[in-house]
Design a protein around this ligand. Sequence first.
Ligand code: F6R
Length: 610
Amino acid sequence: MCGIIGYVGERQADHVLINGLKKLEYRGYDSSGVGIISSRTGKLVVRKIHGKIQNLEELLKKSPLDKGTIGISHTRWATHGAPNRVNSHPHADCSKKFLVVHNGIIENYQILKDQLKKRGHKFRSDTDTEVIAHMIEECYHGDFLTAFRKVISQLEGAFALGIITQMHPETLYAARVGSPLIIGVGKNENYIASDVPAILDMTDRIIYLKDGQMAAITKDKVDVFTFKGKRMRPKVDKINYSVDAVQKQGFAHFMLKEIHEQPKVFEQMIKTRIKGKKIILEGIGLTEKQIKGIDRIFIVACGTAYHAGLIGKYVIEAMTGIPVNIDVSSEFRYRDPIIDRKTLIIPISQSGETADTLAAVKEARDKGAKVISICNVVGSSLVRVSDGVLYTHAGPEIGVASTKAYVAQLGMLYLLALKLSAYHMRISSRERQKILGDFKKVPFLYRSILKTKHSVLNIAKKNSHFGCFLYLGRNVNYPSALEGALKLKEISYIPAEGYAAGEMKHGPIALIDEYRAVVCISPQSEIYEKMISNMQEIRARKGKIIAIATKGDMSIKKHANFIIYVPVIQEILSPLLVALPLQLLAYYISVQLGCDVDQPRNLAKSVTVE
Ligand code: F6R
């Protein structure tokens, strides 16, 4: 959730670090800090501040750091202790010789802190991180790696660490358990970072530090060890996306840029995954026999990925007849679900680092299930614990509100359902081919929806004053309603609820009056008339209706105050299309209200803590 970047080389460290931090701001943004070793005094120097990176930049202008070519920095998303200057990272020990940045949670920090306090250590912050600096101070007797190992062996929880010390002013130290950490390999300089975008404009050569590994990094050498001290030979991977992918490229926000990337994401998926009538699910890691043997599927995911999974349940069951259960990961992991060797687990995650989803997978694996993940980030923790992976390859998603990753997850679930349906037949092969044929039209249809975005903007302008939104959908678009409501609430802070339209009479109808807006997802479908009945009930209570309907549907004008049209597509594929107007509506309302679209309050892009 927090962002880490560290540097060792020949350039002025804080300049490199601030540049990298700005690219990581989407991970967490309540405070930030930077620490370097001064080349003049050989001592650690630190600047920290509450708020966004811009505040840190201004602080550094007013109060510049000494020259220094090694440093660490951090953008924070508070877990332990309020978001303020004192709790922001880096954190130092009593002697101010060791400086630590940390991503994750040290679960046993209170016990460790109490023990350290008893032994005379003075704490400045309320964070769990600070214990690490004090522990190193105690364990250090001339050999840093030995001290580091000793400290790590006492830590419980998930963490990625970056450490510098004036005792070894040429070395940047790093370690990871759970939380992601990469090493960037440059020429006469090296980096650590919690995510690729931080260093992508400086190097495209990356070492993914594995769980249980630590590293000692100088400007021209990277040494990787296990926590037991065994030296490892790290593999250097080349990143295959460009700096453009992590820049706004003229769009006002990353979210808007990513909404516009959706036709391309789909085009790419179709190009690589569909050859003629065949679906290529490279990476799936299942033999034909294993596919035939699947008798139950469990999907686990959080937030938007969970909504994609819910649609996946409708689609897979409709096409294959295989029963699909779905849980939010945080429930799955604690409720002792019934799983056996014939169960296929499909975790869905953009980041591949979501702590709850990783824990759910561990739970499932312990019970013997096969795990095929749907994931966007190559080499992420989720991928490493899966038997197979279906990469969505949507490119880096920077906007905190997930858009292109969501439709890519949906796309992958449709392809998986189609693939499975060849072995578990609930639809005829003609129906399969018809769905596949329509699926291939999606990029074209996306472009036509994006051309009408101004009508969504107008609707947003006329409706952004509503203090509460209800989103209703039925059948395969019930999850679309949940996702539409989530998009709106997370970036505009307007309370928004998603409901199965059939549930309206069982409670939510009490909300409706002239002060509420209701988004009715009502494309042509077998149960279209049922949605119309719901709309009549809303109108009778003076609620304002924004309908998402199929192009050419004129009769809906009688029922809705505002209409956003999407192109004609068969019902089962319609969630793919309605996703875009829902994203655009949330986006434009957020802009109208002057909210911080890409970095909404209290949120972070990847939720690496429970
Ligand atoms: C909402 C959003 C979150 C994530 C959720 C899971 O727009 O982005 O709800 O979908 O935190 O994250 P991943 O997909 O990285 O596991």
